[in-house]
Each structure stands twice: as C-alpha cells, then as structure tokens.
Design a protein. Structure first.
Length: 272
C-alpha cells in the first residue's frame, strides 16, 4: 500500500527552471538552508537517515527510471515527489556519479542552550574548521561517543554543506550543532561551569592523564593553523594526544575522534 501511495503522487518535471529544481540546485551548491528553512540532501542513505530522524521531507526528487526507490520510503502524503529526466536531475545535484534521489528537508532546530544544558556535557568546539569532510566526520564521531553536541565558531564550514552531510552519515540530523562567537561561548561555558580545553600538538596534558569525566568542551582548531593563541589562552587547560611517530600533527577529525573516544572510555569506566 505504501508503494502504491508513493507512486500515485509523483509529478513529472521537464524544465531545469522549475522552482523546486532551482531551489535544490542552489541549496546543494551553497551548503546553506534555503529561505524557507530547508536543507538539500543527495543520495539514498541521507534521505533514509532524514526520515529515520523524523525530519519532514518537503520535496523528494527521483531520476526517471528509479521510481522503485520510493517503495520502501515512509513518506508523508504531504511530501511533494518529482520525477526528473536524467539531464535535469544531473543539472541539480553536485556529485559526478549521483545516486538517483535527492530531497529538500526541514532542517532540525538546535540551540546553544540545548547543548550546554545537557547533564554532564561533553562538547566539541569547531574553531574555524574549513574542510567539510572533517566537520562531518567529527559530528559522526561525536554522536558515536555520546557527546552532547558541536558548537561552531566563526570561520567554520556550514554543517549543511553537501560534503559535510555525507561525512556525518546522518548524525547531523540528530546531534545538536549550534553557532556561537568565541566570546559568547566562553562566557556561557563559564556560566554553566563547563571547562574549556584547548587541543595542542604539544605542551598540553596527555589525554589519558586529563580528567575528561567532568563537564568539558574540547576546542579543535583550524586544519592549517590550529587554535589561535588568543583563544587557547582563554581556555582553562590544554590537552595533547601523545604520538611517538615522526608526524608533526594529526588530522583535525582524527584528533577530535581520539579525544572523544578517550572521554567516552573514562566516563564508562567511572560509571562501573
């Protein structure tokens, strides 16, 4: 019954200038919410994850010849479903060999207070990460290791960037991600008694020796320059990942993931 219902509401679009097609194209290229608060999703996995995360799919786009993908999707009867010829579909999406499905979905609404107000928070602060793959990977690791959320400071790539969403593998739909300035965040952390910890290549406390069971915010710096000295100096302490090999520094997403794992390990050990 679901498949018949989904197929019954499909409308064929024959123009690249269709308003919905243009909206999808612009949202995917800008990596931002549309004026109506929608985000662009590309690929079957992200569409399925959005539905599993209870996001409202406003418009679903399917390439001609692939309507069978609709059969197992729990679509709302209010979802607009458009069938696009291959050339029009290809003109709207960004990947070179795209999967034949995309969507415009309602973005989840998260606030800084939602992140800071959680019990015993474990927070990752992105201080200017510019690689969308890194940000998405951190969001995925943060959800996997039980973090409270991500706070993105100015200069950080948008979480709704197509590459960031793919790297998050759907975690961005569930894990709170909020924006803040460094000044506002540091004041809010202090007010909530959450310790600010700066990640450094050296001179910090080794990760396994620092108490990560306390309410904590881990500051991850820019891929090239790391944390600014000004921001690092305003944190409560510094943390370092010991690495005996002859490598100058770790990739930002790998470093964040290791620290999240260590925090999760300590917290699980402390609860036994």
């Amino acid at each position: 019954m679901q498949a018949a219902s989904n197929h019954a509401h499909v409308r064929i679009v024959q123009s690249r200038q269709n308003a919905r097609v243009k909206e999808l194209r612009a949202a995917l290229r800008k990596g931002e919410k549309t004026e109506s608060g929608l985000i662009a999703l590309e690929g079957q996995h992200l569409v399925e994850e959005a539905l599993r995360s209870h996001l409202r799919i406003a418009t679903l786009f399917v390439r001609s010849g692939s309507l069978g993908l609709l059969d197992d999707l729990p679509l709302s009867p209010h979802t607009e479903t458009l069938e696009l010829p291959p050339d029009i579909f290809a003109s709207a999406v960004t990947t070179e060999s795209p999967q034949p499905i995309a969507a415009l979905a309602e973005a989840p609404a998260f606030t800084l207070e939602k992140i800071l107000g959680q019990p015993h928070p474990l927070i990752v602060v992105s201080a200017g990460l510019q690689d969308p793959g890194n940000l998405g990977t951190i969001v995925r690791s943060a959800e996997a290791f039980g973090a409270s959320g991500i706070v993105a400071l100015p200069g950080t790539v948008g979480i709704w960037n197509a590459k960031a969403l793919r790297a998050s593998s759907g975690s961005a739909f569930r894990l709170p991600v909020a924006l803040a300035t460094g000044k506002d965040l540091l004041a809010a952390l202090k007010a909530h008694r959450i310790r600010a910890v700066a990640t450094t290549v050296d001179r910090g406390t080794p990760a396994q020796q620092l108490n990560l069971t306390q309410p904590i915010a881990l500051f991850i710096g820019n891929e090239g320059s790391g944390l600014s000295s000004e921001l690092a100096s305003q944190c409560d302490e510094q943390i370092t990942i010991p690495s005996p090999g002859p490598v100058e520094s770790l990739n930002a997403a790998i470093a964040a993931s290791i620290l999240l794992y260590e925090a999760s390990r300590q917290r699980l050990a402390g609860s036994r």
